[in-house]
Design a protein around this ligand. Structure first.
Ligand SMILES: O[C@H]1CN[C@@H](c2nc(-c3ccc(C(F)(F)F)cc3)no2)C1
Length: 330
């Protein structure tokens, strides 16, 4: 049985967190976006048109002595922001930190949407959702975590994302030095392929908790905290000058003073999103107004606890107990 760890780096404004992996023999090093909200491991590849590649590293299956084409298999995925990619599939060796899966399905892109082409530092995505939503046809493939979890000391991984600083993903163990106090555990409903849970309530600033069930997914690949419209409205009502700005496509408010904290319940515990993390980023060069890190989940069908929520905590994704653990960072 083994354990592993890998460092992940925050992009500007923590818009995404990029993590190094290596694929093939000899190893080809790429930097990808670990995404607990999807379940495909796909990468930029030599099978793409040159015009769709702008600075990314690419996987070349022909340059790997261990690659094996999964004949007849294809994949196509669309993300929450409408971006998309598609291609074909190889089995090859994938290493993350000190952990290696010999026959991992590596989805080589033949096409990616402009958003991916324009995201120069991102060479692909590594899904950490449940394999039931892997898009490979005709036979869906396992995620890296599903392939390795039975070889781990425990079938879990942890995400310790930081605000504007490198964080880490650990596999197979809970690092007691990473959190203080007790971890709050809440059951996961994996029936839709996500790490889905229900928060019992929320509070704005120092006010009392409101009983209000919020069902959503823990999604490392989504930047913001997307909540029900009524909750978002109640939060921004507490900020002088906050308003919904249709040009920006969300709530905007004066960058100072610091807005109130946002607190949500996790089973018997609470998670506090500090006000200074709710000021996601200045909307203008004069830095007067800030775009909110809390926005509405309208149209999605569930809430999304993205990086704005996750980076406040040490989060345990426990596939054995089918539960999520939220701990206060050390
Ligand atoms: O679908 C849900 C699953 N998790 C969320 C997610 N979204 C992305 C993403 C990453 C990078 C880009 C681009 F580079 F800008 F194109 C776009 C979307 N990664 O995970 C949403």
């Amino acid at each position: 049985r083994q354990t592993g760890t890998v460092e992940t780096d925050a992009e500007k404004h923590d818009v995404e967190y990029l993590t190094p992996i290596s694929i093939g023999t000899p190893p080809q090093n790429l930097i990808v976006d670990f995404d607990t909200g999807s379940s495909d491991l796909w990468v930029f590849s030599t099978e793409m048109a040159a015009k769709d590649i702008k600075g990314q590293a690419v996987y070349d299956p022909n340059n790997s002595s261990t690659s094996e084409k999964l004949q007849g298999s294809t994949w196509q995925i669309t993300y929450g922001d409408g971006s998309s990619s598609s291609g074909d599939v190889y089995l090859d060796t994938v290493t993350i930190g000190n952990l290696t899966v010999p026959n991992q399905a590596v989805e080589a892109a033949t096409k990616v949407s402009d958003e991916f082409t324009d995201d120069a530092n991102n060479d692909g995505l590594l899904g950490l959702g449940f394999s039931s939503i892997n898009t490979v046809q005709p036979t869906p493939q396992n995620t890296f975590f599903d392939n390795i979890k039975n070889n781990l000391d425990a079938p879990l991984f942890t995400a310790d994302l930081k605000h504007g600083a490198p964080g880490s993903y650990n596999f197979g163990y809970i690092d007691p030095a990473a959190y203080v106090g007790n971890i709050s555990w809440t059951p996961v409903d994996s029936s839709q392929g996500f790490w889905s849970f229900t928060s019992p309530g929320y509070a704005v600033g120092t006010e009392a908790m409101r009983n209000h069930s919020i069902s959503g997914i823990a999604d490392t690949g989504t930047t913001l905290l997307l909540l029900p419209k009524s909750v978002v409205k109640a939060y921004y009502e507490e900020i002088q000058g906050a308003q919904y700005d249709s040009n920006q496509g969300g709530y905007v408010f004066p960058c100072s003073p610091t807005p109130p904290d946002f607190v949500f319940g996790v089973s018997d515990g609470i998670v506090t999103v500090p006000g200074d993390m709710v000021s996601y980023a200045p909307v203008d060069s004069a830095n007067q107004d800030c775009f909110g890190g809390i926005q509405s989940d309208t149209g999605i069908g569930f809430s999304i606890f993205g990086d704005v929520a996750l980076k406040t905590s040490f989060v345990v994704f426990d596939a054995g107990g089918l539960q999520l653990g939220w701990g206060a960072k050390n």
